[in-house]
Design a protein around this ligand. Structure first.
Ligand SMILES: NC(=O)c1ccc[n+]([C@@H]2O[C@H](COP(=O)([O-])OP(=O)(O)OC[C@H]3O[C@@H](n4cnc5c(N)ncnc54)[C@H](OP(=O)(O)O)[C@@H]3O)[C@@H](O)[C@H]2O)c1
Length: 393
């Protein structure tokens, strides 16, 4: 294993987590040579070479690996591109940046023959990307579905198990370092979306841009929705889902009413759970900490070690002769709470299975297409509305 001198960008939850993990294992092979942060004036309480100038890392000839764990996707994009173009391998945790730019970054890896690894970006400490890349054969793989956002799951656990208020639970998630600096990324589903895009690339070899995928979170969920879930003996979980159905691929991020018999029903707090379904092996379940400085720091370390052994993602499935075609023409059963007749008419129910009306709110249980939901994604994001998938089993 070659010695790695790391130029680290970011010293927040994950950067510090990586620093602690490295200190704890006392590795002879990995050294953090220099750390670039936004605010050089902040007291970090450690002795290390800090800078706020990326050039100090890129011009340091001893640095042979860049690790980027900052919370600014645009700056992260520049750092990763610059590292690849300088032929310095790079490890990144930034799913938003990857969700938007992964295709270009795959090309750059090829062009400059340099690795970009990002297992830590998708499910914190769960090694889902390398597993999908190396182990799961495309023809046998049917779906990947799971709880990919630790922060919203933490909030939902506190609400369902401890009857905590929404704002209080969010504040606690932030205080514990699970939430993104901008919490709408977590609770409105965007964080799960970016992870889903990365996972889909490695599971099925297909890239679908963020704006094409129905993405809806838990920010408008209220007591009526919680009551509905409890009456049906289900729990609401924020689920990201990609599924291959014949030659078609469907994807979405949506809260789901999950029944007790499902693996993800009992995924609590900041944990993530991913269910991988195959044609012949049925279901497999990966479970672990999806957020937090130390779990994510250790996933970053795993990528660092993989770099030391010259590991690279090969994106093999992109070369399959027939790739599934992304579509939103797929129907599923949903629970839809709304207030006005205008809101009711946003969704074109192919079949209505249950209805409720009152002075405070109304709901419908029925079948809609993802395309219909996608067309009204932003109008549905109001406190008067909430949509959750309501699978039959
Ligand atoms: N937190 C998690 O559990 C988790 C899990 C998986 C992946 N991630 C990903 O890991 C990344 C970091 O997350 P985090 O939770 O550690 O964020 P964070 O706690 O908010 O820390 C962000 C760090 O980035 C630095 N920074 C921001 N812009 C910069 C720039 N242009 N140049 C250099 N440094 C810059 C900040 O510097 P200052 O300290 O000076 O402000 C800070 O140290 C994000 O992409 C996130 O999505 C996080």
């Amino acid at each position: 294993m070659k010695h790695l001198n790391i130029g680290l960008f970011g010293f927040g939850n994950v950067g510090r987590g990586l620093y602690d993990v490295l200190k704890r294992i006392n590795s002879d092979n990995v050294t953090i040579k220099r750390i670039c942060v936004r605010n050089i004036e902040k007291d970090r309480g450690i002795k290390a070479e800090f800078t706020d100038n990326p050039d100090d890392i890129f011009n340091d000839r001893d640095i042979n690996l860049v690790v980027e764990v900052i919370d600014d996707a645009e700056a992260a994009y520049d750092i990763v591109k610059r590292a690849l173009k300088s032929r310095i391998p790079v490890v990144s945790g930034n799913k938003k940046m990857l969700g938007h730019h992964i295709l270009e970054l795959i090309d750059l890896q090829e062009q400059y023959n340099t690795a970009l690894l990002y297992d830590a970006s998708a499910c914190g400490s769960i090694p889902v990307i390398r597993n999908l890349e190396e182990y799961y054969d495309n023809d046998l793989l049917c779906s990947v579905k799971g709880i990919l956002n630790g922060s919203s799951n933490f909030i939902l656990s506190k609400i369902f198990n401890e009857k905590m208020g929404y704002k209080e639970a969010l504040k606690l998630a932030q205080d514990l370092g699970f939430a993104e600096s901008n919490p709408t990324l977590d609770i409105d589903g965007w964080d799960s979306l970016y992870k889903l895009i990365i996972i889909t690339m490695h599971a099925f070899g297909v890239y679908v841009a963020p704006e094409q995928i129905f993405t809806y979170g838990i920010s408008t969920m209220n007591d009526a929705d919680i009551r509905f879930a409890e009456e049906k003996d289900r729990r609401i979980k924020l689920v990201a889902h990609v599924e291959k159905i014949d030659d078609r691929l469907i994807m979405c991020v949506i809260p789901q009413l999950i029944s007790r018999n499902k693996y993800i029903y009992s995924v609590e707090d900041e944990f993530n759970g991913v269910v991988i379904k195959g044609l012949f092996y049925d279901k497999q379940f990966m479970f672990g900490r999806g957020a937090g400085g130390h779990p994510t720091g250790s996933a970053v370390l795993s990528d660092i070690t993989a770099c030391a052994y010259n590991y690279r993602y090969e994106y093999k499935k992109r070369n399959d002769s027939v790739l599934p075609r992304y579509t939103t023409e797929h129907t599923f059963r949903v629970y839809f709470r709304y207030k006005s007749a205008e809101q009711r008419n946003l969704l074109n129910f192919l079949k209505v299975r249950e209805q409720y009306t009152s002075d405070e709110y109304n709901y419908i249980v029925g079948d809609v297409t993802i395309a219909n939901l996608k067309a009204h994604q932003e109008e549905l994001r109001t406190p008067d509305c909430f949509v959750a998938a309501y699978p039959f089993d």
